[in-house]
Design a protein around this ligand. Structure first.
Ligand code: SER
Length: 359
């Protein structure tokens, strides 16, 4: 018997680490222990795949595999050893990094996703039951042509302005479509259309975690500003003060993925949903940071090229479809996000090295 698993790719990244911790808190997954016990037939495990190792405190919850999503021999081995019931496909090169190496970004973001969609489709057919495929997409799939348009289309809906200007945004938009294709139309001309995968996707705004700092994204100025303040080091923001995009605290991002994964399929009228929680200009983000770290030194020296990318992203998202179809509701508005999640945990993380005053 193969052990039943939920597979998480890109598990060592920001979202991956937070997701594992949340999933491990539920009763639904067994821990693999020291590997000497055989896997239980009725148990479900978390299987992770990443090039990098997980921090030990997270690794103990999972069956950890170090490797690439592009390694087809490795994927074949995993399928032979495990019954993959669900995939959280988080591995990706983010928007800034992808501009420096667009070919590599295409390989990882598109070819990597295609390989996993194939795997999920085959597994679904084999089991006669759909493998759920949860895919985080991004505000980078939007591309507003200029600031005036950005101003007038404040809350952008899923199907509006799908004209990405970055390799990452193009990759995400195309993979949303591939996911929908595999889920609803794969082998549509076959005499007997087989069971295929169940693709579900959310478009995230900029994510902010108390425990990890993102790398290679264009919304990174928010979290970078906050973590620099907590460490007591000066920060120079790479976008203008007036630049506004939506953000979300990491626990809400994880909640969105899990809530969407568990939503009854018949309730889902779309393959892809916008989700958001609060929208801030870079100056307002700085004000929030200063409320908690009043001595923080935050200046603005825009990098015009990175700035240009963020200028094409919407200032807010309309997530009413997610609210209506699967009850999406963030737990953290901006005040709660800073006061109850970000600041206390960040202070603890950099304890003894804070620029601010205790609340
Ligand atoms: N945070 C991502 C980035 O900046 C956008 O989804 O690339």
């Amino acid at each position: 018997m193969r052990a039943k698993v939920s597979m998480i790719t890109g598990a060592a990244g920001e979202v991956g680490q937070a997701l594992i911790q949340r999933l491990a808190e539920t009763e639904a997954y067994a821990e693999p222990g020291d590997g000497r016990q055989p896997f239980g037939d009725d148990e479900h495990y978390i299987l992770t795949l990443d090039l990098k190792p997980l921090p030990p405190e997270i690794a103990r919850h999972v069956i950890q595999v170090e490797g690439s999503i592009l390694d087809t021999a490795l994927l074949d081995r995993l399928v032979s050893e495990y019954e993959i019931e669900e995939i959280y496909h988080l591995a990706a090169l983010l928007s800034t990094r992808a501009e420096f190496s667009p070919d590599a970004a295409h390989r990882v973001n598109v070819e990597g996703t295609m390989g996993l969609l194939h795997l999920a489709a085959q597994q679904s057919e084999w089991r006669g039951e759909s493998v759920r495929f949860i895919f985080p997409s991004s505000i980078a799939v939007f591309g507003l042509p200029d600031l005036q348009t950005k101003e007038s289309y404040a809350r952008v809906r899923e199907w509006e302005w799908n004209y990405p200007t970055t390799m990452y945004g193009c990759n995400k938009l195309y993979c949303e479509m591939l996911g929908n294709y595999f889920s609803r139309h794969y082998r549509q001309l076959a005499a007997d259309q087989p069971t295929s995968l169940d693709f579900r996707s959310v478009r995230f705004p900029g994510l902010v975690s108390a425990y990890t700092v993102p790398s290679g994204g264009s919304s990174d100025y928010g979290p970078e500003m906050l973590h620099a303040a907590a460490k007591g080091v000066p920060y120079s923001c790479f976008v203008r003060e007036d630049v506004r995009i939506p953000f979300m605290a990491m626990p809400d991002a994880v909640k969105a993925l899990i809530d969407l994964a568990h939503a009854p399929r018949q309730r889902l009228n779309r393959p892809v949903y916008n989700v958001t929680s609060f929208s801030l200009s870079a100056a307002q983000f700085r004000e929030q940071v200063l409320c908690h770290f009043p001595d923080a030194q935050i200046s603005f020296s825009p990098d015009l090229k990175r700035q240009k990318i963020v200028d094409t992203w919407p200032s807010d998202l309309d997530d009413s479809a997610a609210q209506r179809d699967w009850g999406w509701k963030p737990e953290y508005n901006v005040e709660r996000a800073f006061a109850e999640y970000l600041v206390p945990n960040i202070r603890e993380r950099y304890q003894g090295n804070t620029a601010g005053h205790a609340d």
